[in-house]
Design a protein around this ligand. Structure first.
Ligand code: PEP
Ligand code: MN
Length: 339
């Protein structure tokens, strides 16, 4: 971190900044330029609140040098993290692009088992579906709870697909971890720090969704909470952010995929369903995501989207999923990957 002094800062102003830096057990390195002086802080700056120095007299700005997230950063770990998913141990983050598909929610046994069969046949690696749903309205379908988890486990036993399902709170963590292969932390919970710390202590991969108003640094710092708990198997999922645009449910940030792949060793995946909100946009958005380097796609697929209990408008049919898989394969090949 570098403290840039305003032009005309006196020796007293500079000394005050040096004293503050030393108060935090850091060392200073002062560089006197022709117009201004900068003071570099050397040492472990994690406990230093940059606001503490920013307000000192004649300080112009603080410039961070290293990423605020450490263990998620490519600066610290140069090799990509590959996470084995599900009973078939799909290597997520490797050269092969995986697709995880399924309904927004487990609605009943028949629906989920039939969907899992189609998802498997289409060539996917995992089934997604919420047993606990974080719904905007308390009057909407809230999910089947433990019954839904048991159905998901049955689908895994029948197909070998990895089960990806959401944990919405600390109360449900143990039971979800008992049944799931991958613990999904939803966009609304990206900053639920006690939950992040708790999944950090569980020996299962975590699929962390980007909060709907989160900057990438905030997203990566949320991943850092999980890694610091001891769980390095974190999958980052871009799912669109809130903007003024109303045509789409969320504004899908394709550049975030490429940027995250540049900044972190963790696998980065894309959810084009929540990212667009419309079934007809899921194919094009998936194509763009794979082209931008996504390691996997998380797709909502429903047997009968018109009668889905949640997120029907953005759910594609199993037939559309088959088409999408063919497209994903072609695009993966074009960028020297496979699917
Ligand atoms: C979901 O995957 O169904 C979901 C609720 O996603 P998000 O947290 O991205 O809104
Ligand atoms: Mn959904």
């Amino acid at each position: 971190m570098i403290v840039v002094m305003k032009p005309g800062a006196s020796e007293k102003n500079i000394q005050h900044v040096v004293d503050l830096i030393r108060d935090y057990d850091l060392k200073e390195h002062i560089i006197y330029g022709t117009d201004r002086t900068v003071v570099a802080c050397l040492g472990d700056k994690r406990m230093l609140d940059k606001g503490a120095i920013e307000n000192a007299p004649m300080v112009e700005k603080i410039v961070p040098i290293l990423a605020p997230y450490k263990r998620a950063s490519l600066e610290v770990k140069k090799e990509k993290t590959i996470i084995e998913i599900g009973p078939e141990k799909f290597p997520l983050g490797g050269s092969k692009v995986g697709v995880i598909a399924g309904p927004c929610a487990v609605e009943n046994r028949d629906q989920l088992l039939k969907t899992a069969e189609k998802v498997k046949k289409a060539g996917c690696i995992g089934i997604r579906a919420g047993a606990y749903k974080p719904r905007t309205s308390p009057y909407s379908f809230q999910g089947l709870g433990v019954e839904g988890l048991k159905i998901l486990a049955e689908a895994r036993a029948q197909t070998g697909l990895a089960v990806v399902t959401e944990v919405i709170g600390l109360e449900q963590l143990d039971v979800v971890a008992e049944y799931a292969d991958v613990l999904q932390i939803g966009a609304r919970n990206m900053q639920h720090y006690p939950l992040l710390e708790a999944v950090g202590k569980i020996n299962k991969p975590v699929l962390l969704k980007r909060g709907m108003s989160a900057h990438l640094d905030e997203f990566l710092l949320a991943a850092e909470y999980i890694i610091n708990g001891g769980n390095t198997n974190v999958i980052l999922c871009e799912r669109g952010i809130r903007t003024f645009e109303k045509y789409v449910r969320n504004t899908l940030c394709i550049s975030a995929i490429a940027e995250l792949k540049d900044k972190t060793h963790l696998p980065v995946i894309l959810d084009p369903s929540h990212g667009t909100g419309h079934a007809h946009l899921v194919g094009p958005a998936s194509a763009a995501g794979v082209a931008a380097g996504a390691d996997a796609l998380l797709i909502e697929c429903h047997l009968d989207p018109e009668h889905a209990a949640s997120d029907g408008a953005q759910s594609i049919t199993p037939a559309a999923l088959v088409e999408l898989m063919a497209k994903v394969k072609r695009i993966a090949q074009a960028i020297d990957r496979s699917a």
